[in-house]
Design a protein around this ligand. Structure first.
Ligand SMILES: *Cc1c(COP(=O)(O)O)cnc(C)c1O
Ligand SMILES: [Zn+2]
Length: 415
């Protein structure tokens, strides 16, 4: 099988390692030395062109395996990941005040979030390397997606979640048969304990940024967006940011296509965080290194006080000539209602944050009203029913009686 991997480059010291030499991070930089998979684009070009995509009968993310540096052996047994819809959002674009808006609905992934793209690759790599158990710490979605794909492929999972994880995500873990450890602490504490446990037991590590192949999975969302827009992606792509792996992946996908000569420009990336936890936006605004932030937002998936992929995420926004914004939880709830009522899409708070971020960026003059924008809706609202309840009024109870119903509807003012 063709493999176009040139090596792994450390994002901190730029040292290059051979693929076989290394499993997770840079030996000289330690845990902060996140590696990036480097490809030989001039060789890849000979295989991957528009014709290659056009003739490709696989409509899952595995259609991009040549660009991901993965083995295809286990793919036929896996659940379908990727191939999510990209919708034009005619109603919402009007209320946001922009010319054109697209929504990439990752809520339709097998476990209901974009994390499936990374977890699928993690499971493949664990199988390739002969592991029986795979482990991670997660605010929720990385965990539930890992448990989902591991279950399908017969791997065991040991999962660490903070005690605040929403009920829908916890139920997913139980149903997928994971061994769940709920840590009495925040995400940071959860991460620390998982790290120690993974070292101690020698399990395969699916922790956020540690594993360089996870970004190769996440980048497929950008490859799909570009293909769905006939290789003319929008001026901007907006995505919510916690650890920073997703936005790094989005950049990598567009970068690959740019290097292959398949798109003319890389979209500007808008990184969106919640005001309750915005270490990236703080660093961007004050032009300084990232500092630890409190984790205090309803958007649990992006409530990450110490982001694990800071360098790649900052570079992604910078190199794309993009920007960072923060949004209040109130606005996230408001846009949960709007996305649902105007487009029929139900998102979890972190999934919808990007939409509120687009509005914010338009009002700040960062996004021009004439620009086209893609919003990545990263996770399904069904995962977090309690926050959905906060976003809207519950139905009222009426008697089993037509008169009572008519009275109620008359008072409400719509019939
Ligand atoms: C994980 C996640 C994000 C953010 O991804 P990071 O890699 O942590 O930046 C955004 N939305 C949802 C729904 C997620 O699960
Ligand atoms: Zn290094």
């Amino acid at each position: 099988m063709a493999n176009f991997i040139k090596g792994f480059r450390c994002t901190l010291c730029n040292k290059i390692y051979a693929e076989k030499e290394i499993k997770y991070t840079c030996p000289s930089c330690g845990e902060k030395g996140i590696l990036d998979v480097e490809f030989d684009y001039s060789s890849m070009k000979k295989f991957v062109d528009k014709y290659y995509f056009k003739m490709n009968p696989d409509f899952s993310m595995w259609r991009y395996y040549l660009l991901m540096g993965i083995d295809t052996k286990y793919i036929p047994k896996m659940l379908k990941i990727g191939g999510t819809p990209l919708y034009k959002a005619n109603h919402l674009q009007k209320s946001l005040g922009i010319k054109s808006l697209y929504i990439k609905d990752e809520g339709q992934s097998p476990s209901g979030s974009l994390k499936d793209r990374a977890s699928g690759v993690a499971v493949l790599k664990a199988l390739e390397n002969g592991y029986k158990t795979i482990s991670c710490s997660s605010t929720g979605n990385a965990a539930s997606s890992l448990a989902c794909h591991a279950a399908r492929m017969g791997l065991k999972t040991l999962i660490f979640v903070p005690k605040r994880a929403p009920i829908g995500k916890l139920n997913q873990l139980s149903i997928f048969g994971a061994d769940v450890v709920m840590v009495d602490g925040d995400y940071k504490d959860t991460y620390e304990l998982s790290k120690q446990a993974i070292d101690y037991y020698g399990y395969y590590n699916r922790n956020a940024a540690i594993n360089p192949f996870l970004v190769e999975g996440k980048k497929t969302v950008a490859l799909e967006i570009a293909e769905q827009l006939d290789f003319s992606p929008t001026d901007w792509v907006a995505v919510s940011v916690g650890d920073g792996c997703t936005i790094a992946g989005v950049y990598k996908g567009f970068y690959d296509l740019f290097m292959l000569g398949l798109i003319e420009k890389i979209p500007k990336l808008l990184g969106v965080q919640s005001s309750g936890c915005s270490p990236f936006v703080n660093a961007f605004e004050n032009d300084m290194e990232l500092e630890e932030a409190f984790e205090n937002t309803i958007a649990d998936s992006i409530s990450v006080g110490i982001p694990r992929n800071p360098v790649k995420a900052m570079l992604a926004v910078k190199n794309s000539l993009g920007s960072w914004v923060r949004v209040d939880d109130e606005d996230i709830l408001k846009y949960m209602r709007k996305l649902g009522s105007k487009e029929g899409i139900f998102g979890e708070p972190a999934g919808v944050a990007a939409l509120a971020g687009i509005r914010k960026a338009v009002s700040m003059g960062i996004i021009n009203p004439l620009d086209s924008v893609t919003m990545i809706m990263t996770g399904s609202g069904l995962k977090d029913p309690l926050n959905a309840e906060k976003a809207c009024k519950p139905p009222i109870l009426i008697k089993n009686d037509l008169k009572a119903l008519v009275n109620y509807l008359n008072e409400k003012g719509d019939k």
